[in-house]
Design a protein around this ligand. Structure first.
Ligand code: GDP
Length: 429
């Protein structure tokens, strides 16, 4: 395919130690050479970059990659510049004047990597998440997908299903002759094994989504027990307004934080009580719903309050304002800081337990493909029970399941999902 050559700044704009400009496409090396003089077809060189009038722009490290040996699969030149805005814009201006080049669209480098088979679709998604990763858990999860784990899984399933299909098709082809042996045992064993693994991955998507988007932890309790004060301490900043008056937290306040490597959104919900004020009641109702939907609730009890509250099994109940209680009473105090570390520890333990259920599939799109494949396998199993007359149906269902797996890693139907995925990329990626 004849391609144009694109360029963009790959690093974030602004002042930095280094800035990298990438050029990819058939004219990438020639375009870089216009700035730097001769370059090897594959290698690194330190060069003085000059504009057309010979004026020095920067002293740069220039990396060149031969076709088929770069991240996009095309000829690539990378200019590692000093990260000043002036240097970068001067070099970008010179590149923009080169009629062989054009500015890259968002995600276009990655798109080319995908189209040239350097990355599969799941890896592209993993890369998008890796760039967005803010916490350890997010980084690890994204890297798992980016390194091709999902494709490895898909390849394994594909192989097993193709083998099952071949066995079934053999019974169709030899229908009039003597069938070699009864294949149904081996076929069902293959299907059951694949189905089990797919089911586990599908179930893990919800958790993986949480790792990507954050676990929600709602802080609940009666008004004035110190919910906002706790949130402020956990967030390390004055995010929620605290006041002596009951009912000041009208709406749900959200604070995102990195809790022991897991992304967590803390919700400060309006106090649990019947208010006279209609507006306040709306706030309370909203808070209740959000708290119910959250992944975990931390109930703060007032001194002397009965802590028997109706919660989910893993939810946490703590005694608040422990500084007002006799010394030695377990609980937590926003005033003295007592019990805060233990609470963070407990929340971390519960969420880590949940995060362990995450597999490699991490998007709703993956789950849909998996569920479609599982549906096909279930129908194939049901048809198997009917014996050899149903071989055609079994083979067809298996083919459908393979198609769903292929769709998950983007072997087919790529165009539909591309737009959506690339919309989240920045220019230069
Ligand atoms: P919320 O309505 O549950 O969000 O409660 P706030 O965080 O707004 O706190 C209500 C009042 O209790 C404020 O005056 C806080 O200063 C006070 N308070 C919060 N936490 C503690 C604590 O641990 N000990 C004591 N003694 N007072 C606290």
């Amino acid at each position: 395919m004849l391609r144009d050559t694109i360029f963009a700044q790959a690093t974030a704009p602004g002042r930095a130690g280094l800035a990298v400009i990438r050029i990819s496409g058939p004219d990438a090396r020639c375009a870089a050479e216009a700035l730097s003089g001769r370059l090897p077809s594959h290698g690194r060189s330190v060069r003085t970059l000059r504009d057309r009038d010979g004026e020095i722009l920067d002293e740069a490290l220039v990396l060149t990659f031969a076709e088929g040996r770069s991240s996009t699969g095309e000829i690539v030149a990378e200019l590692h510049l000093h990260g000043s805005t002036a240097v970068v814009s001067a070099v970008l201006r010179v590149l923009a004047e080169d009629s062989r080049l054009r500015m890259a669209d968002p995600g276009e480098f990655t798109r080319r990597a995908l189209e040239n088979g350097r990355l599969d679709l799941a890896q592209v998604e993993g890369l998008a998440d890796l760039i967005d990763a803010e916490t350890e858990a997010q980084r690890r999860q994204a890297l798992r997908v980016f390194s091709g784990k999902l494709k490895d899984l898909a390849d394994g399933w594909r192989g097993s299903l193709l083998r099952a299909m071949a066995l079934i098709e053999a019974t169709i082809d030899f229908a009039d002759e003597e069938v070699p042996a009864d294949v149904s045992d081996e076929v069902s064993a293959l299907i059951i094994e694949v189905r089990q693994e797919m089911w586990k991955e599908s179930a893990g998507v919800a958790v993986a989504e949480r790792i990507r988007d954050g676990f929600e932890v709602a802080i609940i309790g009666r008004p004035n027990v110190g919910k906002s004060s706790l949130l402020n301490i956990l967030a390390g900043r004055e995010a929620a307004i605290t006041s002596e008056m009951a009912g000041t937290t009208r709406d749900v306040i959200e604070v995102r934080l990195d809790l022991e490597g897991l992304p967590v959104t803390l919700l400060d919900t309006a106090g649990l009580r019947e208010a006279e004020d209609a507006l306040e009641n709306i706030g309370i109702a909203k808070g209740r719903t959000r708290a119910k939907m959250a992944d975990l609730r931390v109930y703060i009890a007032e001194p002397g309050e009965d802590t028997e509250v109706d919660l989910e099994p893993e939810d946490i109940v703590v005694q608040g304002k422990a500084d007002l209680l006799p010394p030695g009473t377990p609980g937590l105090s926003a005033r003295t800081g007592a019990g805060i570390d233990q609470l963070v520890d407990r929340i971390g333990r519960v969420l880590r337990g949940r995060a362990a259920a995450a597999g490699t599939a991490m998007r709703a799109r993956h789950r849909m493909a998996l569920d479609r494949a599982i549906g096909g396998l279930d129908r194939a199993m049901a048809a198997m029970v009917d014996g050899s007359d149903s071989a055609d149906i079994v083979a067809e269902e298996l083919r459908g399941a393979v198609r769903a797996v292929d769709m998950m890693v983007g072997r087919i139907d790529v165009e539909d999902v591309l737009g959506e995925i690339f919309a989240s990329f920045c220019v230069g990626k």
